[in-house]
Design a protein around this ligand. Structure first.
Ligand code: NIG
Ligand code: FE
Length: 408
């Protein structure tokens, strides 16, 4: 393949090894070879060896290039929607009350079990294309609306197929411990056993699992139950993520840290001991402003304490039908700033470099750096902060995934 040279641009590399805000480079150029960044820096310093056939040149007219966005926490595969519950909540019923009455995640489980692989894939393709339009090249997708061996596998197959159709990088996360399905209402221990002994190993045997997650919460699973699935993940050599401290403090983040988790996610109710454990283990704090906004949470995650402790912060859409039907990555950046007081630079790092780290792909994508994937977004903005500033910025003008331009 011949090289592609992007010229006449500005870079927000998000590479912490480069000095200055956003790891910025003015008057820059970029060389893409075999889907990767072969060189990036000031145009005046460009090193490029002549090739046959000669490199293709593209003049970006002074546009800003950032790493393509990374959405590290989504539930993009599901059947149905939860519009009715949205109305219920606006009539005063809380997210937890709906869940306790058998709705919430369980109503999506019903619709997901009734959907074919084809239907699940098509729904996910629609949503992934919207995320891609917003600048996302890499996405994490969880199971967790099947809650039986077969449907969890069908969801992960749909995730694989949908990402392939969209030409996006994907990491698939098994979330068997998301809710207790109705048929196990009085048999919690049996359900946990089903996930640990059958569902997770079966999905893993098909090569469908890149990580394991659980919902550690009063309306989800206890730390002891969560620990069981973590032990199984460890045995299978799979990395761990955790929905922790979203609605109450269960000590989930401490447990995740104990198992060397890639991330703990949500974290509105995280306490100091959880922060200290995450800092010591290197887990990423994945903040989800869409869920905070949509369920009208009032307690904010402890952003300043996370910063002070040096815990890396990522942000994500948490795209799902119940708590965060959020299809816009740029709005997610804005929400992270307005609701959680992240700086625009922290927000952009949170949806590039740190999100990639939370997914375990931080050595491949999420920065503009030599050897990294040429996953790039080209924005028509004067300053990088604008990407988080506009409310309703549709996305970048152009998007490259592994060096290939995606027709948006
Ligand atoms: O990340 N918290 C648990 N899981 C999802 C919500 C799923 C749903 O309500 O359907 C979340 O918020
Ligand atoms: Fe989630």
């Amino acid at each position: 393949m011949t090289d592609l040279i992007l010229q006449n641009c500005r870079l927000a590399t998000m590479d912490p090894d480069r000095p200055g805000a956003y790891g910025a480079v003015e008057d820059a150029a970029l060389v893409i070879r075999d889907g990767k960044i072969a060189w990036a820096g000031p145009a005046a310093d460009m090193v490029h060896h002549a090739q046959t056939p000669p490199a293709t040149m593209s003049d970006l007219g002074g546009r800003l290039v950032t790493p393509a966005l990374v959405d590290c926490h989504t539930h993009s595969v599901f059947g149905g929607d939860r519009t009715g519950e949205f109305e219920q909540r606006l009539n005063g019923v809380s997210y937890e009350e709906i869940a306790k009455a058998g709705g919430g995640i369980r109503s999506t489980v019903k619709a997901t079990r009734a959907a074919s692989l084809e239907e699940l894939t098509q729904g996910a393709v629609r949503r992934l294309k919207t995320l891609r339009k917003g600048g996302v090249a890499t996405v994490e997708i969880k199971s967790g609306y099947g809650l039986d061996v077969e449907t969890e596998i069908r969801m992960l197959r749909a995730a694989t197929a949908a990402a392939e159709t969209c030409g996006m990088r994907v990491r698939r996360t098994h979330l068997g411990l998301h809710a207790l399905p109705p048929e196990y209402a009085d048999r919690r221990a049996d359900y946990v056993r089903l996930i640990c002994e059958e569902a997770l190993p079966a999905a893993h045997a098909e090569g469908l699992v890149d990580a394991v997650d659980a919902f550690c919460e009063t309306i989800g699973f206890t730390p002891e139950e969560t620990r069981q699935v973590f032990e199984k993940a460890k045995e299978l050599g799979l990395p761990i993520r955790l929905h922790a401290e979203q609605l109450s403090d269960q000590g989930g983040a401490r447990l995740a840290a104990e198992f060397g988790a890639l991330s703990a996610d949500h974290l509105e109710f995280l306490d100091d001991s959880g922060i200290a454990a995450m800092a010591a283990s290197g887990a990423v704090a994945v903040l989800l402003p869409g869920a905070f906004y949509f369920i009208r949470e009032t307690k904010r995650p402890p952003v300043q304490a996370l910063r002070d402790a040096g815990v890396p912060i990522a942000i994500a859409t948490d795209l799902n039908p119940g708590s965060s039907p959020l299809l816009s990555p740029t709005l997610t950046l804005n929400m992270a700033c307005t609701l959680f007081a992240l700086t625009p630079e922290e927000a952009l790092a949170g949806m590039t470099r740190e999100a990639a780290r939370a997914m375990g792909v931080g050595a491949e994508t999420g920065m503009i750096r030599e050897g990294y994937a040429a996953d790039l977004a080209v924005w028509d903005v004067a300053r990088p902060a604008e990407i988080a500033y506009w409310i309703g910025l549709p996305g970048p003008e152009r998007l490259f995934i592994a060096g290939r331009e995606v027709a948006q």
